[in-house]
Ligand binder design. Structure first.
Ligand SMILES: Cc1cc2nc3c(=O)[nH]c(=O)nc-3n(C[C@H](O)[C@H](O)[C@H](O)COP(=O)(O)O)c2cc1C
Length: 167
């Protein structure tokens, strides 16, 4: 799958088959995330991978999207390492780029995923449950697995989002 095809065909997947995702595919996706750009190349992202059922169960209680968390084969929990941060706004933008790389890399390998941000309301509980290191701040949980149901989302017309073109 080429890059543009991956971008245009990726959709959030919220229903997963009961089929474990291979470790090398998860690691490949994290490596793709790690190759995202960051300000001063400070690489402020950190990850914890969860596949233990008891931890998924506990995490599922911390979000409205608990069903997705429980159904997922793996969770990639993404943190901002405040010890490596140099400019909060830019670091958070870099984390967004990292997460998008992960989603695309999963999709290119036939794996579905969804970015779960709603769980941030329980940031501290997630950090303590997963024994995140000092300074690691929860940014998102990526739930992933083999897709059971396709996602379908659309986009506004391009004309609505381009505010000008000075030629
Ligand atoms: C910052 C952010 C937070 C999100 N949080 C959630 C979430 O908590 N639960 C969820 O089901 N989807 C979540 N999503 C996925 C969006 O709903 C989804 O990307 C959007 O509806 C467009 O659909 P698509 O990804 O299929 O193109 C989030 C996406 C982003 C970028």
């Amino acid at each position: 799958m080429d890059c543009l095809e991956a971008i245009f065909t990726r959709r959030s997947i919220r229903h997963f088959l009961k089929k474990p995702v291979e470790e090398e595919k998860v690691l490949k996706a994290i490596e793709a995330g790690h190759w995202a750009p960051s300000g001063l190349n400070n690489q402020p992202w950190r990850f914890i991978i969860v596949e233990r059922e008891d931890l998924k169960e506990e995490l599922s209680k911390l979000t409205h999207y608990g069903r997705i968390i429980k159904e997922a084969s793996n969770l990639i929990v993404v943190f901002l390492d405040n010890n490596s941060s140099y400019h909060r706004e830019k670091d958070i933008q870099a984390i967004g780029a990292c997460i998008q790389n992960i989603l695309l890399a999963l999709h290119a390998q036939g794996i579905g995923a969804v970015w779960i941000g709603e769980i941030l309301k329980n940031r501290e509980a997630v950090e303590s449950l997963l024994k995140a290191k000092e300074g690691w701040e929860l940014m998102a949980v990526i739930a992933l697995g083999y897709p059971k149901k396709e996602g379908k989302s659309t986009r506004k017309d391009l004309k609505e989002v381009i505010g000008g073109w000075y030629k």
